[in-house]
Design a protein around this ligand. Sequence first.
Ligand SMILES: Nc1ccn([C@H]2C[C@H](O)[C@@H](COP(=O)(O)OP(=O)(O)OP(=O)(O)O)O2)c(=O)n1
Ligand SMILES: [Mn+2]
Length: 532
Amino acid sequence: MATKRKRSSQSDRDNNCSKKKCSEIDQSCSDDLKSHDFLSTLNVYILPAGIQKARLSVLKAQIMRFGGNIQEVFDPGQNLSHVIVEDSMDLPRIKRILKLDNISDMCIVKTSWISLCLRNKKMEKCDEYSLVEKLDDKQTFPSSTAESFNKKAPEPSTKIDVASDYESSDEDELHGDIAGNKKIMQLKFPQPEKWICAQSSKNPKANVNKYITDKLEEMVKAYESTNDKWRALGYQKAIGTLRKHPKEISSWEEAKSLPGIGARLADKIWEIAQSGELRKLKEFESSEELQVLKLFTNVWGAGPHTAQLWYQQGFRTIADLQQKANLNHQQKVGVRLYDDFLNRMPREEVAEIETMVKDAAESIQLGIIAQTCGSYRRGKPTCGDVDILITHPDGKSHRNVFHKLLAKLKENGFLTDDLVSAEETGNQKKYMGVCKLPGENRKHRRIDIIVVPFNEYGCALVYFTGSAHFNRSLRHLCKKQNMSLNEHALKYGVVRKGAEKIHEGTIIPTPTEESVFKTLNVPFRPPEERDH
Ligand SMILES: Nc1ccn([C@H]2C[C@H](O)[C@@H](COP(=O)(O)OP(=O)(O)OP(=O)(O)O)O2)c(=O)n1
Ligand SMILES: [Mn+2]
């Protein structure tokens, strides 16, 4: 779509719309009319042929919303400003449907023009999108634009079907390497460049539909807060698909053609693509219940179920919870420090917190590694919490550190509250709590401290650095290859039956972060490029 826009500005200079009414409209284009009724000069008939019903109604609603007039029935005497037709329509067909011999006094434009206007919230020039009848050749379009017009339907999405492309010999190769232990094992993923995790988040082409996925993410949050897991999942899947889609969505059909996107989701996507907004989301945001549920799910230790329970009990504010609700320990902390927790901290503050923990850890065990991960390591200017990963290169000294470190950090008042004082998963130990730097006007901050054995450090670094989206993509890539990846290890030969693992698989040693990427044949990305 971006290239299309560029092309259009080029042809603005080269091409003149030959129709009188078109050029009148173009006058208002050059005025750069940008207002809530920027389509007020439109009086259009939309030829429904070839346009999906849902898309047609969205188009009509959007045109009217921004001041345009729609004629439901075609009548040449209606003083129409435009006849809007589906992008792949040709003139002979239009004439046949409209039962007209001569359409030379009519401005016929493609739906992609109106989409462009709606997207940019202004009248755009329609030259490039208009169908012009030439005297000598009644089927051709303006020469410079013929190519784009002749495109029949929106290009089909690049479907990613990695599994079907998988070469079975890869697994043999993998076994061979393990037996020989000669080099780092590598899988030959077909089209690795198509995966989100294989792309840099700094690439301007990464998620060209971000303005759509951002709105859909809001919908996920809304549905999560109402405990509508299935809808949330449906949106989540659509987000995943859209993130992988290499070009801007330019038609309803294009959205609909993507895996996991049905007609209703395509409606939503198309509405955002055209208007930049989503009525359903606005409805959600204006609902009192949804607002309260959002407030409550933001309490640390409260999920959608608890939030709903509180709502049913008549609570509406954080003060209500504090005074009347029956809270567990974590929720008490979450309520007391509600404002502090919602406030993201500048990365400089994370650096100070890291120093506190690092110094304490080093004083307990020489040679200890303390690495802050999460959004801080990805270079974000603000962070929601601090995620510190601790290990020791000797492979054993990390074991002594966990309790001693926490005791030390509590002793000097740095750790103020525990949320989960020790969660053990395999050989890793995780503390989740609250810290506060010494001095005036400091806020309480959420901190996670995770101690891991050195042989799990590579996978732990990848996991705790994230982003969560990036991790999801990596895990998905693994799944397609009968592998698995988590914060502990990368495994091959995993056998799954549905969501269940029948065979756990065998660990592939990945001592470093680089080795995880290399084994997966994904180009190594520094943390800043994993902010998907
Ligand atoms: N559902 C999740 C949650 C977390 N993580 C991983 C990736 C995250 O980057 C890391 C840390 O989790 P955080 O929730 O702290 O997320 P961030 O540090 O990325 O962001 P924030 O600044 O909000 O803390 O753990 C994950 O893979 N999946
Ligand atoms: Mn974090």
